[in-house]
Design a protein around this ligand. Structure first.
Ligand code: OAD
Length: 246
């Protein structure tokens, strides 16, 4: 326990000295809100892997099945609330002169917690996009019709999220890279750091001289390259870390 206290103290010092902080979060920050992670044991739906359904090919082949999957996720997410980890990042945003939050999550929990400077790399489950006129809008209906139609042109709507095999929106990615390129300290919270480009953002931070602190239940492929790897629950460690800022 003494080691983690010393690590928290050190990480708190780095944050106190930092004018610019960038936090990258993954599914692990929402686990304590009840959101299943991707690579944990509960990452399945009716025997399907998310990777089988969250693809343009699956949507072209069977849009009803893909919308059933997203309606299941929307119904599951609707009642869930931000946890102490999400809330600790709000306090961090208030304390650090320039704080950027970059998330791979589409669960909207950072936005619900009140995060302002938020970059959603993979989109948001409550946003829909028309496949015909490309209108993007927020829609919190639960569930949506099996084949929801665009109010503007009647075209088929799809979730406004990044599917496997799809490119990220370049303007959103540029915003994330700019934040990482200029930060003094980067926090990497609850991500297996397996999926690009999020994983390479860690390298970008290290190469530009930022200190990188990881918070995760277990080591990741990048842990050994980082300045500190705090092992434990984000909902426990993040509030303790933020308390250490003067
Ligand atoms: P993963 O499920 O791959 O990894 C979740 C990470 O969170 C793991 O490293 C866990 O050890 C850690 N973790 C779990 N519970 C935690 C807790 N309470 N506190 C701290 N850490 C915890 O999810 P991601 O890394 O977010 O992409 O996955 C990245 C992307 O892969 C997702 O955005 C998604 C997926 O394919 C798309 O949908 C495009």
């Amino acid at each position: 326990m003494a080691a983690i206290a010393a690590d928290l103290q050190q990480a708190g010092l780095w944050l106190t000295e930092s004018k610019r902080v960038a936090a990258l979060t993954g599914a692990g920050i929402s686990a304590e809100s009840g959101v299943p992670t991707f690579r944990g044991k509960d990452g399945l739906w009716q025997g399907f892997k998310a990777t089988d359904l969250a693809t343009p090919q699956a949507f072209a082949r069977d849009p009803k099945l893909v919308w059933n999957f997203y309606n299941w996720r929307r119904e599951l997410l609707a009642p869930l609330q931000p946890n102490p980890a999400h809330k600790a990042l709000i306090r961090l945003e208030e304390k650090i002169p320039q704080f950027s939050l970059i998330t791979q999550n589409i669960d909207d929990l950072h936005r619900r917690a009140g995060s302002k400077n938020l970059v959603e790399l993979h989109g948001n489950i409550w946003m829909v996009r028309c496949t015909r006129c490309h209108l993007v809008s927020r829609n919190e209906e639960v569930p949506l019709p099996e084949l929801p139609a665009c109010e503007e042109c009647g075209g088929l709507l799809r979730p406004h999220v990044v599917w496997f095999g799809e490119q990220l929106d370049p303007t959103i990615l540029d915003k994330a890279v700019a934040a990482i390129r200029s930060c003094d300290t980067m926090l990497v919270i609850g991500t297996s750091a397996l999926v690009q480009p999020a994983a390479s953002l860690v390298i970008v931070a290290k190469e530009q001289g930022a200190r990188v602190v990881e918070i995760n239940l277990e080591p990741t492929p990048y842990s050994h390259k980082l300045d500190l790897a705090l092992q434990g629950k984000a909902g426990v460690l993040l509030p303790q870390l933020v308390e250490r800022l003067e």
